[in-house]
Write a protein that binds this ligand. Sequence first.
Ligand code: SAM
Length: 264
Amino acid sequence: MSRDLMHSAEVKDLVREAYRNVPPTTAAVAHKHYDADELAMLPQSAIQRALGVANHLRYAGIVPGETVLDLGCGGGIDTILAANRAGPAGRVIALDFLPEMLERTANAAAEAGVSATVKPLEGELESIPLPDDSVDLIISNGVINLAPRKARAMAECARVLRAGGRLCVSDLTIEQEGLPPEILTQPAAWAGCIAGALAEADFVHKLERAGFSGVEVLTHEPLSIDDCALYPLFSDEVIKLMTELIPADKHASVAVAVVIRAHL
Ligand SMILES: C[S@@+](CC[C@H](N)C(=O)[O-])C[C@H]1O[C@@H](n2cnc3c(N)ncnc32)[C@H](O)[C@@H]1O
C-alpha cells in the first residue's frame, strides 16, 4: 500500500516537472485536432500550447449557460473553445495542478475576450476542490492518462457532476503488453501520455464503476511514433529509442486516441 502511494507521488512529481517546463509546440498539434473555425477563435498563445490528443468538444454538446469543468486545462485551448460555446451566461472552470498553466490559461482567455466566464482553479484530478453536484459537464484532453490514481479521479468526476451531468473527454488508450518495458518505464513516456494510459475496456469499466452510464467510445485515432514527435514531451532521444525498440509493425499505432462520453 505505502509502496503504491510512493509510486503515485513519484509519478505525479515527474508529470508536474515535465509540464512545468514544457516549451511551446509549433502549431502542429492544434492544426491536427481543430478546424479553421475553431482556430480562428483562439489566440496564438493557446494554439502553440495545445497538448491534447483529439477533439471531444465536437461531441460534448455544450449548451449556452452551462457550467463546464476542464480538467488539466494546460494552455487553455479547450477552456476558451468551451467558453465560446457556453456563452456569457455560462462558466468554464479551468482546473490544473500547475499555477504556471493556470496563468497561461488566464492570459489566453483574456486575449480571447472570455475571461469574464473563465475561472482558473488550482487543484488535482484526484481531489477536485469543488462542491458535490456543482458542474453540468466535465471535459478533459490528454490528462486522465497522466493521473496515477484514475479510479479516484473518476470518482471525483462523479461527485462534482450534478445528476444527469455528462463527461466527454479525449484520452489515449493502449494495450500495454504491446509496448516494450524499456519504453513503458521511460519518464517521458508517462509524461507523454502513453505509459500511464489504460486499455480501452479498462477505461470504460472504471467509468462504470465510478457510477457513469451510457459509456460510449465515439472515435478512435491511432497515434504513430511520428505523431509523438509533434509533442515537446518526447525528446529526439526517446523517439529514437521508441523507433528502435517498438516492432516496426506497431510504429503507426503505439497508442489510440479516443473520445469517450458518458453521463451520470
Ligand atoms: C497533456 S497536457 C493537456 C493540456 C490541455 N488539456 C490541452 O489539451 O492542451 C496535461 C495537463 O494536465 C495537467 N495535469 C496532469 N496531471 C494532473 C493532475 N493529476 N491534476 C491536475 N492537473 C494535472 C498538466 O499540468 C497539464 O497542464
